[in-house]
Design a protein around this ligand. Structure first.
Ligand SMILES: [Zn+2]
Length: 235
């Protein structure tokens, strides 16, 4: 975090939420924010304390679904949304301690992973160093984009040199299965000057449906939003 604050020219004693990066002017506001995070990570009456083996199965399931979206061709690069069945207890078992928001009205949860430690934090949570990377022939690596150094036009970043694998791809099309995002259009217009921050959002939500007799049925889902990128491994 020290590196980040130096690059952003913000004082080191700034009042920042280490999870979401929000900066506060007053200690009391940050304390309130941190209290809500602490509450979000407290076990709820709706959660079963699962045995470690069951939590490990859930971690493997999550890694499987992430890696299934890491493909060789560039048309699969870009923003990815995953939504798979997962119980609240499973979600909490894996992500407890890293939850940023809990919404008591809906019972939904949200985690935000951003900053230089994103990849290693998720390696720790998912107990798998390869959770976000897949290797292909011809030294190609497809990976979950977890961090990008802040760009500064006066100080070109060697890591941001044009990547031959990331050139414009005429085959790249919007994913028809992707849920429409009302904010997407605005983001696209702004993208040239202000790129979308690199972050990984992982959350849990409950879908409740009912029929004409008002008979309810429901299921929990984990949702994961990230950006897929590609590179050539230089030996
Ligand atoms: Zn925060």
């Amino acid at each position: 975090m020290l590196t980040m604050s130096t690059l952003n020219n913000t004082p080191c004693n700034m009042l920042e939420c280490k999870m979401c990066g929000q900066i506060y002017k007053r200690h009391s506001s940050l304390a309130k924010h941190e209290k809500s995070i602490k509450d979000a990570n407290t076990i709820k009456p709706t959660i079963y304390d699962l045995p470690e083996g069951a939590i490990e199965e859930t971690r493997k399931m999550i890694v499987y679904h992430i890696k299934e979206r890491l493909k060789q061709h560039s048309r699969h690069a870009g923003n990815v949304n995953i939504m798979v069945n997962c119980t609240e207890s499973q979600f909490f078992g894996v992500f407890k301690g890293y939850i940023h928001n809990y919404y008591p009205r809906t019972g939904n949860y949200k985690c935000i992973f951003k900053g230089v430690d994103t990849y290693s934090t998720l390696s720790l949570i998912l107990r798998d160093d390869n959770w976000g990377a897949k290797y292909f022939s011809q030294h190609q690596k497809t990976f979950v984009l977890s961090y990008q150094l802040p760009s500064n036009p006066n100080d070109p970043d060697p890591l941001r040199e044009p990547d031959p694998l990331q050139e414009f791809d005429p085959l790249q099309e919007p994913d028809p299965l992707q849920e429409p995002d009302p904010l997407q259009d605005q983001t696209k217009k702004r993208r040239i000057h202000k790129p979308k921050p690199v972050q990984i959002i992982i959350g849990w939500r409950k879908k409740i449906k009912s029929d004409v007799h008002n008979i309810n049925y429901s299921s929990g889902f984990i949702f994961i939003n990230f950006t897929v990128s590609r590179m050539r491994i230089v030996r």
